[in-house]
Every structure is written in C-alpha cells, then in structure tokens.
Design a protein around this ligand. Structure first.
Ligand code: MN
Length: 331
C-alpha cells in the first residue's frame, strides 16, 4: 500500500533531523492515539527526541495506551521552546488545518518540515510531504507498513497501539475497509505479545452508567424516514444533563441505527451549545454520504462522515432531512 518513495522520504527526514513533533486531530479516536503512540515509540527507537502534542485529551478508554502520560495537550506558552527548536512534524490521521486548531496554525506558518500520514480522502495537496492513502483502513495500517518498511522493532507497546488503531477504525474488523491485508497485519501484531481480549475489554466493555443511560434516551428518539431507509436519533443538552453524561459519551452511538434491517443511512444529531448541531453520518455502504457532509463544510470517509451546522436542532434536522432526500431519489 505505502509507496516506496514515501517510505524513503520519511526515512530520510528521520535520519536528517533530531527533534520531532507528532500530532493529530481534535477529539482524537483510537486510530489517532494508537498511530501517535506507535510512531513516537519508533522515533524513540531511532534515538530521536519526540513530543506528542494534541489539541484535546484522549478518551479515557485509550488511557491504557499511554500509561506514562507521553501525550501532552498543546499549550503555546509551555511548549513554545520545544516546538520552536523542533525540526519536523508528523501529522497523523488528519489532513485538515481546521481540525489541528491552535497547533495547526503554528505549524502552518512555521519552519518545520511537515509530513502527513493519513487515510482521509483529500483532493488538494495538504503539506509538502503527503502520504495520504484513502484506501487504507486506518492510519494505523499505514504506520504498520511504514515501520515494516523501515525494519522497526515491533515491541509489544507499538504492537498494541497499532492493533488498537486498526481495531477501532475497522469497527472491530466489521466495516468494508477490513481487507485481507488488515487481517494479515492483525495476525502479525497478535504474534507480538499483545492481549487482544484485554484491549477489547478496555475499549468496548467499560461503558459508564451515564453513557448507557444516554444511549437509552437516544434510542427512545429513534425515527425512520424515506421508507425506513434513513434512521435518525437525537441527543439534546437536556438528555446529556439527565443522564449525567458529557459529549464524549456520545462517541460511537451513531453506529447503532445503521444495524437495523433496511436502514441504509443513520444520522445522529447532537445539540451543542451556542446554537450549533453536530451531525454524524453513517452509511451501510450502498450510499456515499461524505458529499452531503461536505456540503455543510464537514467531511470524512465515504461511509462515515461528520459536520457541524448552526441553528436549532429542529431547524437543522429539517434541513438535513430535506437535503438527504436526493440520496434516495438518485438510487
Ligand atoms: Mn483514522
């Protein structure tokens, strides 16, 4: 998957320089965190200095990947010396400046050599060294191929980080991005002393009571449209408060309605503060939904995307449902 030219370029950058930054998108997921930890540990193997600097904290369920607190939240005043003296930055699992927030602004205008390793579709170039492969299941898969190509030692730490990245971005090896290669890589990682039962338990069998209460009220909001092909759920500020839940408890809830028979598209509308509504678009693989997300300045993968709109929950829902009609007409 990864072109030799990309592996060679990255190898050259690592050999040339000494001080690195690794970063990823705001609200990092398992792929983002796993890829960062694996890649940063590889840089340490090569005796480089490296800091993982993110815009927002990792979800609690991924804390097991970072027992020593290597992931830091970027703070301009605290990190200015490190980032000013750094030589290069690796931007993982994202190719969008907006989702890199304040650190992105710094990177964009900086002297740093910039490398992006990502699997989100992107039409225009992002940074000077783009290794963007939309066919890859996950950034973790790309990091595996890179490390493999560079003869890295796949330690247990690196292996569990990459396994987590691939596990989460393939929906536990269920989504259409689960290729034979994905299973070959997983097999390779399982041979490195990781504990897949424990990893699954840490991530998926550790749900807070607040999250389950929130799920119950979200399910109660389930509605069907367009001959049951489109399912919607909502989460309001009131529902969050009543469940004692926070926005991070909404992660992954959008997946459920997609599993209902006959449903092609699931939309989850989350009421944020300040009159904004976040929408998760999930498709069963027959209808591409990222074009719709892009029409609201959102983005993502063909079958899993997101966007944030301004307006009331009712107003936004009405607009998106009207716009979504075109997806069913064109079938
Ligand atoms: Mn990813």
């Amino acid at each position: 998957m990864l072109k030799k030219a990309d592996i060679d370029t990255i190898d050259e950058i690592i050999r040339t320089y000494q001080q690195f930054i690794v970063t990823t998108h705001v609200n990092p997921d398992g792929d983002a965190i796993g890829s960062e930890i694996a890649f940063a540990h590889f840089l340490k193997q090569r005796k480089k200095s490296v800091k993982i600097l993110n815009s927002s904290p990792a979800p609690d369920v991924f804390q097991f990947l970072d027992p020593n607190g290597e992931i830091e939240i970027y703070d301009a005043s605290r990190h200015i010396e490190y980032v000013s003296n750094a030589d290069a930055v690796f931007i993982l699992d994202i190719s969008d400046w907006g989702r890199l927030r304040e650190l992105g602004e710094f990177i964009r205008g900086s002297h740093l050599t910039k490398v992006c390793i990502d699997h989100h579709p992107k039409n225009e170039p992002f940074v000077e060294h783009d290794a963007i492969y939309p066919k890859a299941s996950s950034t973790g898969e790309l990091i595996f191929e890179l490390l493999h190509g560079l003869d890295a030692k796949l330690t247990t730490r690196i292996s569990e980080a990459l396994y987590t990245a691939i596990l989460t971005d393939t929906g536990v090896f269920r989504y259409s991005n689960t290729t034979p290669r994905v299973h070959q890589i997983a097999a390779e990682l399982l041979g490195r002393g990781i504990n897949p039962q424990q990893i699954h338990k840490d991530i998926y069998e550790n749900q807070s009571h607040a999250r389950v209460k929130l799920m119950a009220s979200a399910l109660a909001s389930l509605k069907f449209h367009y001959e049951n092909q489109l399912a919607t759920m909502i989460i309001t500020q009131k529902m969050l408060a009543e469940a004692g839940a926070s926005l991070k408890d909404t992660d992954g809830l959008s997946d459920f309605p997609r599993t209902i028979e006959g449903v092609e598209i699931a939309l989850l509308f989350i009421e944020l503060d300040n009159d904004r509504v976040k929408i998760s678009f999930r498709s069963n693989g027959n209808l591409v939904i990222n074009k719709l997300a892009q029409s609201y300045n959102g983005g993502g993968h063909a079958f899993a995307s997101g966007a944030t709109l301004t307006g009331t929950l009712d107003g936004v829902m009405q607009k998106v449902l009207t716009d979504a009609a075109a997806l069913f007409r064109s079938r």
